[in-house]
Design a protein around this ligand. Structure first.
Ligand code: ARG
Ligand code: ZN
Length: 876
């Protein structure tokens, strides 16, 4: 690998900053290859840091330093020391004005961090540590400063944006113009943003609860102005929701959103100027699927909510990332749940958590939601920080209740407004506002791994007493010596043999939260006439695994009778997992495969139950993904997993063909498109039926798919039909549809990203040969993360069958792509390598092949810090 290893940063080494920056005045003269940056910083010694005057240390990466001036005196090169990642300036006074000039090259910046160009438009991404690629600065979130920014650009870039309010504009020489922005709120450098381009805007306004009018603007390329309505609607809903649910009002007179095609993540909450990945903001019924509509709503909400949970109250250091991300994901999840189907939102989130976060928590990069150390902070924008972090906030909500939680959040915002704080401050505010102790609960912030609850029960017929024995444990990671018992809110209910809810106390309550906080506890319920059937961890009240041995009959009973929607779905997943495990076992033994009847019966019941919410039916009818099956096994047999799922899918399709046809025809209406929850649910259910029908590969079914493909008036139906054809039609029919779709949509980046991933994720068409061809296709761009995620990410993360081919070719291919990517965009390279780092879950030759691919990456070149951290932790 390499000789000089990147440094590990530890939370325990945190020190307050030596110097603070009261004001930051920036001046940009934009040029693709040579942008001039001038900064004027009012610097002051931080009294809290101690006595004396240590040298001023500034971060700076890949900058061409031109000059340094201190209180008007130009320093000679002997007056400071430049090193690879910064600048050290000896100082002799406690307050001074520092002026720095440097040059940067946006055009060559393919890392998409700092200032870069995307289709001719200048934009920035500074979180976490991108500002140091713009100018020398104390690039840490606990240095908060008031920013003024002047942008000078040629007239072909008429839109010039930065944070806050525009205060001045004019011409600059003959062929340039300038705009000056002032942000009245002190902020860390990671919230700085700049945009310059030839953009068009969609405008609207919002009246805040106190009667102020806020101007809302979405900026995009001219061809996309027709795709901004949904984001604008979502933004206004989010602004209203945050006022109503959290009492948070927007604080500037203008809120801007910009869509950018080249973006490493989903979006960024820069103060007053959110920058979005185009895929997370642009949508129209013809071009975007229902899931894209819902994703946009939640991400627009997420970034908007950061204005309070992130910007007004920010993080002291990057170990506290979950302070803003976990809390904000919880906020956006509740926003989506309030606007759509609450149960389905919960099912989707839990599904993501269990499939991907649980495997992260058991893999080589496992970390707690407040990590103790990192090499590269970009690697810690993870499902653990975001999704598990949100689950931890949700548990606080469960423990304190709606009102108590609101009291806590009010206190948190009031106490820490304008400050950079820690996760501890958040928990403390929740405690203080409610006079409760969360001492044991705090362990959720520092412990790694997914806790397990082993549940056993016993019924004493003579006394009518039902006992639940709950044992908690948590598998240890290599890094952790001990895991102490956590405080786990365990929501449970019980059903009697007729399927009715049983009262658990005198008040007739049918649901209760058990406080699991010891290693082993017994909970008793009195006055029962018969042994009840427990409904455990309702609503997924904690991010844990529950082991209780339900029989398949009991699971079927829960699917039919549980009043907790989440647990009805959960029972269907368990039943499917049991059935799949049996199929795998039979396959390994060379016995004939047969799908158990309970699962078919459950699905038949769902298809026949007219009263059931179609959104829930759709969720129940979906088999667990290969990835979830893999996560649930101790060691993964990839071949048996694929065989079992293919067999089950086909068996269900054949057994229930009539029911699927009936349901499909009933829902196949021609009404006009609306992305509301009910219509989305109906389309989803209909398209699941279509997909099962096509799994039978009968001509009749494929004709239905072709018909839908030819006549669809919205992208949801069109894409679902195309997926069915790609996966089940014969070669020429599939290829024709793929080509036809491309011809129609080649100018639309978002649709083409979808088209790429439909192929790369297809077990049938996403063969390595076809993936290689996609990479050579003119629509593919290695410098565009969305395209990379569509093709390489789709193949490695969602095409289990082809990626896990037994010859190891899939692993080697991904390794080669990662090596190429690392030289362009380290953040994306470090993401794409993850699927091959999970080799310890596999056995024999399969594990060896993955490990070899990983070693190939390690040996290829001097890796970026991002990739080095992931690769070395996975090999070591
Ligand atoms: N804070 C952004 C969000 O809302 C994500 C920024 C990610 N940046 C990065 N370098 N990974 O989630
Ligand atoms: Zn966020």
């Amino acid at each position: 690998m390499q000789d000089t290893q990147p440094k590990t940063i530890y939370l325990k080494d945190y020190r307050v900053p030596d110097y603070l920056v009261d004001t930051t005045d920036l001046w940009f003269e934009l040029d693709p290859k040579a942008t001039l940056v001038k900064s004027r910083l009012k610097v002051r010694r931080n009294q809290a840091a101690g006595v004396g005057l240590p040298p001023l240390l500034l971060d700076g990466v890949e900058l061409e330093l031109l000059s340094v001036t201190l209180d008007g005196i130009l320093l000679s090169p002997a007056g400071y020391r430049e090193f690879p990642e910064g600048l050290s300036i000896p100082v002799d006074r406690a307050e001074f004005l520092l002026e720095i000039q440097n040059r940067i090259n946006p055009e060559d910046n393919t890392s998409l961090e700092g200032l870069y160009l995307s289709n001719g438009m200048y934009c920035t991404q500074c979180e976490a540590e991108g500002f140091r690629k713009i100018t020398f600065y104390p690039d840490r979130p606990d240095v908060m400063s008031k920013f003024t920014t002047t942008i000078v650009a040629p007239t072909d870039h008429p839109v010039l944006l930065s944070n806050g309010n525009e205060i001045e504009r004019g011409n600059y020489g003959a062929d340039r113009q300038f705009v000056t922005w002032e942000d009245p709120f002190a902020k860390p450098a990671y919230l700085f943003a700049l945009v310059a381009g030839d953009l068009e805007q969609v405008e609207d306004s919002f009246m805040t609860v106190s009667g102020r009018t806020v101007k809302l603007q979405i900026f995009t390329e001219t061809k996309n102005v027709g795709k901004c309505d949904h984001a604008m609607r979502s933004l206004k809903s989010a602004m209203r929701w945050d006022e109503e649910v959290y009492g948070r009002e927007y604080d500037l007179d203008i809120f801007m959103v910009v869509a950018v095609d080249h973006f490493n993540m989903g979006a960024m909450e820069n103060k007053g100027l959110n920058i979005f990945n185009s895929a997370c903001v642009l949508a129209s019924p013809e071009t975007a699927t229902d899931s894209a509509f819902q994703r946009i709503e939640s991400i627009v909400g997420h970034e908007y909510f950061h204005n309070w949970s992130g910007n007004r109250v920010t993080c002291r250091d990057w170990f506290q990332l979950s302070l803003k991300e976990g809390f904000t994901v919880f906020r956006d999840a509740e926003f989506s749940a309030d606007l759509n189907s609450r149960a389905v939102k919960r099912i989707e989130d839990v599904s993501l958590l269990r499939t991907n976060q649980f495997s992260e928590d058991a893999g080589p990069m496992a970390h707690s939601i407040r990590p103790d150390s990192y090499m590269e902070i970009s690697n810690f924008y993870t499902l653990t920080i975001y999704e598990k972090g949100a689950e931890v906030v949700r548990m606080i909500h469960t423990l304190l209740g709606e009102k108590g939680f609101r009291k806590g959040s009010d206190l948190y915002f009031k106490r820490h407004d304008g400050c950079a704080v820690t996760c501890e401050d958040f928990v403390k505010a929740m405690e203080d506002a409610n006079q409760v102790s969360l001492t044991q609960f705090r362990r959720w912030y520092s412990q790694v791994g997914t806790p397990v609850l082993d549940v056993k029960d016993h019924f004493d017929e003579t006394q009518g007493v039902y006992q639940l024995t709950v044992r908690q444990s948590c598998p240890l990671s290599e890094k952790q010596e001990e895991n102490l018992p956590l405080h786990i809110p365990f929501r449970v209910g019980m059903l009697d043999s007729t399927g009715k809810e049983i009262s658990l106390n005198e008040q007739g309550l049918t649901e209760t939260i058990l406080h699991v906080n010891g290693t082993e506890q017994i909970f008793e319920f009195f006055g029962l006439k018969e042994k009840p059937l427990p409904s455990l961890l309702r609503g997924f009240s904690a991010p844990v695994k529950v082991h209780y041995s339900y029989s398949n009959e009991q699971l079927l009973f829960l699917i039919r009778n549980d009043t907790d929607t989440f647990n009805r779905w959960e029972a269907s997943q368990r039943l499917a997992l049991n059935s799949l495990a049996e199929l795998q076992e039979a396959y390994r033994k060379g016995e004939p495969l047969q799908l158990r009847s309970e699962l078919i019966d459950a699905y038949r019941g769902v298809l026949k139950d007219r009263g059931l919410d179609p959104a829930l039916s759709a969720e129940i009818l979906q088999l667990p993904s290969e990835q979830f099956v893999a996560e649930e096994s101790v060691f993964i047999d990839s071949e048996a997993t694929v065989v079992a799922l293919e067999f089950a899918r086909k068996a269900i399709a054949e057994e229930l063909a009539d029911e699927f046809i009936r349901c499909y025809c009933e829902l196949n209406s021609q009404k006009s498109y609306s992305p509301d929850a009910k219509d989305i649910a109906e389309r989803r259910l209909k398209n699941i039926c279509l997909s099962y029908l096509c799994a039978t590969e009968t001509q009749e079914a494929l004709d239905m798919a072709q018909n839908q493909f030819d006549s669809a008036s919205n992208m949801t139906d069109s894409a679902a039909a195309l997926t069915a054809l790609i996966n089940y039609a014969g070669d020429s029919q599939a290829e024709n549809s793929i080509a036809q779709f491309y011809t129609r949509w080649q100018e639309d980046a978002q649709v083409i990203e979808l088209w790429l991933s439909q192929q790369s994720c297809s077990p049938k068409r996403g063969t390595l040969k076809n993936i290689r061809a996609l990479i050579e296709h003119p629509a593919f761009e290695m410098t565009n993360p969305n395209k990379v995620r569509s093709v390489i990410g789709g193949f490695a993360n969602r095409n289990f069958k082809q990626f896990h081919k037994n010859d190891g070719s899939g692993f080697e291919f991904v390794a080669d792509q990662v090596i190429a990517l690392d030289k362009l965009n380290p953040q994306i390279a470090a993401r794409m390598v993850i699927p091959i780092t999970r080799w310890r879950k596999y056995t024999g030759a399969h594990a060896e092949e993955m490990q070899m691919a990983l070693q190939k990456v390690a040996d290829s070149h001097v890796l970026s810090k991002d990739l080095f951290e992931v690769v070395s932790k996975s090999l070591g």
